[in-house]
Design a protein around this ligand. Structure first.
Ligand code: C2O
Ligand code: CU
Ligand code: CU
Length: 497
C-alpha cells in the first residue's frame, strides 16, 4: 500500500486498493469490481464519423516575420465548432487557431521562435514545447500558468542539432489531459541546414484520439479513463478518420508520425510493407532500421520511410495493432485499429529512393557523475475515490522540488515501474539515451543509438537512461499518460549552477 499524499481533487481515501485487489475482487463490501467500475465507463456513444476522406496535411502556422532566422506567430486557444460527426450537430472543441490538429510549426535550426499564446479558454493554460531544448521559463511549465483571457509570449532559439519532429500541447496544473482531449495539440518540425532526406516527399501525421457523446460533443472522462488514461472511439490522422493517401506505385515517402493521444499505444504496421525507421523523438538515428512494426507510446514520435508497393491501384492499411498495456481488465480488449489507407492509384510509377547509409552520427554520452532513482507507483482507488499515481511515494506538488541536478552534469536515471500498466516516462528540456533495460523489447531498443525524450516503461520493467540538462531552472518529469500526470505522477527537477 502506498502512503497517502495530498490528493488533488478528491477527499483522501481511507484505504487505497491495489489494482490486484480490485481485479481479484477482494475490495471491501463484497464489491464486484468489474461490475461497479464498469458502470461509468462508456459515456461515449459510438458516433459515426465520415471515413475514407482524402489524406490532408496539417495546416501550417504562418510566419509573420520577414526577418531571416526569425519565426513569429500567434496561437489562440479557444472553443470552436467543428463538424466531426457524419450527421447531426457540430462538435465544440478547444483548438489552436480554430483547427484540428493545431497548426504546424515548421522552422529551421538556428531560428529564433516567438509564439504568443492568447488564452481564450475558460481556464488557465500554457504551451509546452515537448522535447525541444527551450529555457525552463519559456517551456510552459504548470508553475507558469497563463490565466483565462490572458496572453503571453514564448521565445527561444533552436540550436544546431535539434532538428526533428516535436509537438506542442498545453501543460496546466491538473487539466492537461482535458485540454489535450478537447483538441489542443500540434506538431513542431525543426529542419537541419542540410537534410540527408530532403529529396523525399514528406507527410506529417498527427494522431489524436476522439470520443464523442450522443450529442456529438466531446465526452467527459470516466472513472476508467482516470485510471487507465483516456482512449477514445476514433483515432484520427490530422483530424480525419481513416484518410486515404494516394501515391504512385513504387514511390518512397518520409512519414513523420506523432502520437498526440492521451493514452493510446500505437503499434504501427503497414500491411505488406516494411518500414525504415530513420528518426525517433530527437531526430535522425545514425542509420535506417528496417522494421515490420514499431511501437509509438503516448507523446513519442517516429519517422519512417516507406516504399510503396509497385502494384498499381492497391490499398494497404496503416494500423495500430492490438497492444496490451496492462490496462484494467474492464477496459475493452485491445484490438487492431486502421489509421490510414495507402492507395497506389496515382498515375505513373516512381523509382524507389535509395537511402543514405549514414544519416548522422550520435555520440554516446559520457559516463554519469551520479544516479537518480525514479520509482513509478500506482494504487487504485475504489469507485468514487481517487486513484493515486505516484513517483517515489509522492504526488506532484508544483511548489516542491523533487530532484536536484547540476548544470551539464551527466546522470543516469533509473526508472522502475512498480505498477501493473505501462507508463511512458518523459523528461523536459533535453533528449536522452537509453542505456539498459530489464527487458529486451523497448522501442527504440539498445540495438542502435537514438535521442529520445519519452521512454515506455512496462509493468515491472526497470530502464536506465543517460541524460544531461544544459539550462538552469525547473524541469518536469512525468508519465505521459496525461490522466496519470494530472493525478500526481509528475515531479520537478531543479537544474542548479
Ligand atoms: Cu509532452 Cu510534460 O510533456
Ligand atoms: Cu515535454
Ligand atoms: Cu502512467
Amino acid at each position: 500500500m502506498q502512503t497517502q499524499q495530498h490528493l488533488h481533487s478528491s477527499p483522501v481515501t481511507d484505504k487505497a486498493w491495489t489494482r490486484r485487489e480490485l481485479l481479484l475482487g477482494v475490495g471491501g463490501g463484497g464489491t464486484n469490481s468489474s461490475h461497479d467500475m464498469g458502470t461509468n465507463s462508456s459515456s461515449g456513444a459510438n458516433v459515426p464519423l465520415p471515413t475514407a476522406g482524402t489524406f490532408k496535411a496539417p495546416v501550417k502556422l504562418d510566419n509573420t516575420s520577414t526577418a531571416n532566422g526569425t519565426y513569429v506567430a500567434t496561437l489562440t486557444a479557444a472553443a470552436t465548432n467543428v463538424q466531426l460527426a457524419a450527421t447531426g450537430a457540430a462538435t465544440t472543441v478547444w483548438a489552436y487557431n480554430g483547427v484540428l490538429p493545431g497548426p504546424m510549426i515548421d522552422v529551421k535550426e538556428g531560428d529564433t521562435v516567438t509564439i504568443t499564446l492568447k488564452n481564450q479558454l475558460p481556464q488557465a493554460s500554457t504551451i509546452h514545447w515537448h522535447g525541444l531544448p527551450v529555457p525552463p521559463d519559456q517551456d510552459g511549465n504548470p508553475m507558469d500558468p497563463v490565466a483565462a483571457g490572458a496572453s503571453r509570449s514564448y521565445t527561444f532559439t533552436l540550436p544546431v542539432g535539434s532538428a526533428g519532429t516535436y509537438w506542442f500541447h498545453p501543460h496546466p496544473h491538473e487539466t492537461t489531459h482535458e485540454q489535450v482531449f478537447r483538441g489542443l495539440a500540434g506538431c513542431f518540425i525543426v529542419r537541419p541546414a542540410i537534410d540527408p532526406l530532403a529529396a523525399l516527399p514528406e507527410r506529417v501525421m498527427v494522431v489524436t484520439d476522439l470520443r464523442l457523446d450522443a450529442n456529438n460533443q466531446i465526452a467527459p472522462n470516466t472513472d476508467m479513463d482516470r485510471m487507465n488514461g483516456r482512449e477514445g472511439n476514433n483515432l484520427l490522422v490530422n483530424g480525419v478518420q481513416l484518410p486515404t493517401l494516394v501515391v504512385q506505385p513504387g514511390t518512397s515517402e518520409r512519414w513523420r508520425i506523432i502520437n498526440a493521444t492521451n493514452a493510446r499505444y500505437l503499434r504501427l504496421s503497414l500491411a505488406n510493407h516494411t518500414m525504415k525507421v530513420v528518426a525517433h523523438d530527437g531526430g535522425y538515428i545514425e542509420a535506417p532500421q528496417t522494421v515490420t512494426e514499431t511501437l509509438l507510446a503516448p507523446a513519442q514520435r517516429v519517422e519512417v520511410v516507406i516504399e510503396a508497393s509497385s502494384l498499381a491501384n492497391q490499398n494497404f492499411t496503416l494500423s495500430a495493432l492490438a497492444y496490451n498495456r496492462g490496462a484494467m481488465m474492464m477496459a475493452p480488449a485491445p484490438t487492431n485499429v486502421a489509421l490510414l489507407t495507402l492507395n497506389t492509384g496515382l498515375a505513373g510509377t516512381a523509382t524507389p529512393a535509395t537511402l543514405p547509409q549514414r544519416l548522422r552520427s550520435i555520440a554516446a554520452l559520457n559516463l554519469p557523475v551520479r544516479t537518480q532513482a525514479i520509482v513509478l507507483q500506482e494504487s487504485m482507488g475504489m469507485m468514487g475515490r481517487a486513484s493515486q499515481f505516484l513517483i517515489n511515494n509522492r504526488s506532484f506538488d508544483p511548489t516542491r522540488v523533487d530532484l536536484v541536478t547540476r548544470l551539464n552534469d551527466i546522470e543516469d536515471w533509473t526508472v522502475e515501474n512498480q505498477g501493473d500498466m505501462d507508463h511512458p516516462f518523459h523528461i523536459h528540456g533535453t533528449q536522452f539515451q537509453l542505456v539498459s533495460s530489464t527487458r529486451t523489447d523497448t522501442t527504440p531498443g539498445l540495438g542502435y543509438r537514438a535521442w529520445i525524450d519519452t521512454i515506455n516503461v512496462r509493468a515491472k520493467e526497470k530502464v536506465t537512461v543517460r541524460i544531461q540538462q544544459t539550462m538552469l531552472g525547473k524541469r518536469m518529469f512525468h508519465c505521459h499518460i496525461l490522466e496519470h500526470e494530472d493525478q500526481g505522477m509528475m515531479g520537478v527537477l531543479d537544474v542548479q549552477p
